[in-house]
Design a protein around this ligand. Structure first.
Ligand code: URA
Length: 209
């Protein structure tokens, strides 16, 4: 069954509101994205499997738990995904990283891929795909389809904001991939921007407008 988890932790909601404000300066916006990424990452990784190892504390030997299996891979959808990537890597410093370059054709709003590089063994790793805005869902669905063609089969998608249209489209294409978001907003405007949203996430992270 498709699932959407809205991470409604008070810290996430407070930081999201600060990000929505148009007066929030670039440096603060970037810092907030990074912080929210860590908090989303905490929820997304909640069901990772654990195994037991022996360790010696300063007092005695004991059995203790560590993450099982191969290291996670975080896949960022360029360029706005990189804002979330930084926070995820703060939380998961040993994670591998993949990059998918996809832009939205401004007329058709369809996804066009221009770059793709992921670890060769992606099929054996849990994968978190990050992109701040799940608007039409076209880019996210295209990125996941590409990763599935490389054998990825343990996938999660993380964003800051989603539109109901994006969630619908994404889940039609990938009902097996859970979405984690800080909020689901009202809808899209004629240019595919999320309303009320926070504007163009890439421009706000990198100060390009
Ligand atoms: N991409 C953005 O950066 N913002 C939106 O609202 C929609 C897509």
């Amino acid at each position: 069954m498709p699932s959407v988890t809205i991470v409604d932790h008070p810290l996430v909601q407070h930081k999201l509101t600060l990000m929505r404000r148009k007066e929030t300066p670039t440096a603060e916006f970037r810092r907030l994205v990074r912080e929210v990424a860590m908090l989303l990452g905490y929820e997304i990784t909640r069901d990772l499997p654990l195994t037991t190892v022996s360790v010696e504390t300063p007092l005695m030997e004991t059995e203790a738990r560590v993450l099982a299996g191969k290291k996670l891979c975080i896949v960022t959808i360029l360029r706005a995904g990189n804002g979330l990537l930084d926070g995820m890597l703060d939380l998961l410093p040993s994670a591998r990283v993949g990059h998918v370059g996809i832009y939205r054709d401004p007329t058709s709003l369809q996804a066009v891929e221009y770059y793709y590089k992921v670890p060769q063994d992606i099929a054996e790793r849990p994968v978190i795909v990050v992109d701040p805005m799940l608007a039409t869902g076209n880019s996210a669905a295209a990125a996941i389809a590409r990763l599935k063609r490389d054998g990825a089969n343990d996938l999660r998608f993380a964003c800051l904001l989603a539109a109901p249209e994006g969630v619908g489209h994404f889940h039609e294409a990938h009902p097996d991939v859970p979405i984690f978001t800080a909020a689901v907003d009202h809808g899209l405007d004629d240019h595919g921007y999320i309303l009320p949203g926070l504007g163009d996430a890439g421009d706000r992270i990198y100060g390009t407008r």
